[in-house]
Design a protein around this ligand. Structure first.
Ligand SMILES: Nc1ncnc2c1ncn2[C@@H]1O[C@H](COP(=O)(O)OP(=O)(O)O)[C@@H](O)[C@H]1O
Ligand SMILES: [Mg+2]
Length: 256
């Protein structure tokens, strides 16, 4: 279990042709087992922020801590799920899920048992022997999720993981993710440009400013655990959705 502390983090990309300030003294604190969804204009720096927490990038200034440790590179305490599937086509579903555990040196029996547990949690137990090409896009995303969980992280970082899925598949993935998280809570940072997705999944929704990304505002989501899809039709959900859409439109207009 671990919280995340992002403390006055800046990230400047310098190439031969230009200098891009992606983050400028961005701060954000995420509690243990909290789900924070991050929305913001495209190109504002959301992926950069996630990659910094993942340890794929190094901050230009500031510090990021996960639990009591300062992030100094990628680590087994953090698992990442991207929009693109991260499945190996030559491995079965169960082998894909067990892959990270093999890298961690777990024994065969424990790998198999843990893979099975997470395949059940994401609703893929019947497909354990299938190969990725036999699976739909949603199913491959379930493999990704099971793989991320099976590696035993404290923190899950998701960057528009369901961005390429159609609406109904996406809704099914929301419920699948919610189910896994209920069974095994994690500290989660979920980047999305889908406001409904953010409100449906998040404990808080963080709205970023245009680049350089800073936290513009934070919305507390009051819906508790065990949310169902009908929630979206309710007045409270609609009001929050409109409020966030309004904020995003405002920051967009300011930048334009
Ligand atoms: N490796 C990189 N080198 C140079 N510029 C980058 C790099 N990665 C991202 N950027 C720039 O940083 C800004 C933020 O990008 P990104 O974090 O991907 O935004 P978002 O995920 O919010 O759409 C963009 O202007 C992008 O072009
Ligand atoms: Mg991005």
């Amino acid at each position: 279990m671990a919280d995340i502390s992002i403390d006055r983090v800046s990230k400047v990309f310098t190439t031969a042709r230009k200098r891009t300030v992606a983050l400028n003294e961005t701060s954000l604190a995420i509690a243990t087992d909290e789900i924070v969804c991050v929305v913001g204009p495209s190109g504002c720096g959301k992926t950069t922020l996630l990659n910094l927490v993942a340890g794929f990038l190094e901050p230009t200034a500031g510090t990021i801590s996960v639990g009591s440790r300062e992030v100094a590179g990628p680590g087994a305490d953090r698992a990442v799920v991207f929009q693109a599937d991260a499945v190996f086509p030559w491995l079965s579903v169960a082998e894909n899920v067990a892959y990270g555990m093999r890298m961690q040196g777990l024994g065969r029996a424990e790998r198999a048992a843990r893979a099975e547990r997470y395949l059940e949690l994401v609703g893929l137990a019947d497909f354990r022997s299938a190969y990725p090409k036999e699976l739909s896009g949603g199913m491959r995303k379930r493999v990704d999720l099971a793989r991320a969980y099976a590696s035993g992280p404290e923190v899950l970082l998701l960057d528009e993981p369901f961005g390429a899925l159609d609406l109904f598949t996406k809704e099914a993935m929301w419920l699948a993710l919610q189910g896994v998280v209920r069974a095994e809570p994690k500290t989660i940072v979920f980047v999305t440009h889908d406001i409904e997705e953010a409100l449906f999944l998040g404990d808080r929704v963080v709205v970023m400013t245009p680049r350089p990304a800073r936290v513009h505002s934070v919305v507390d989501v009051p819906f508790g655990t065990g949310r169902d899809l009908e929630l979206r039709a309710g007045p409270e959900f609609q009001a929050l959705r409109n409020e966030i859409a309004h904020t995003l439109r405002e920051v967009h207009d300011d930048a334009a």
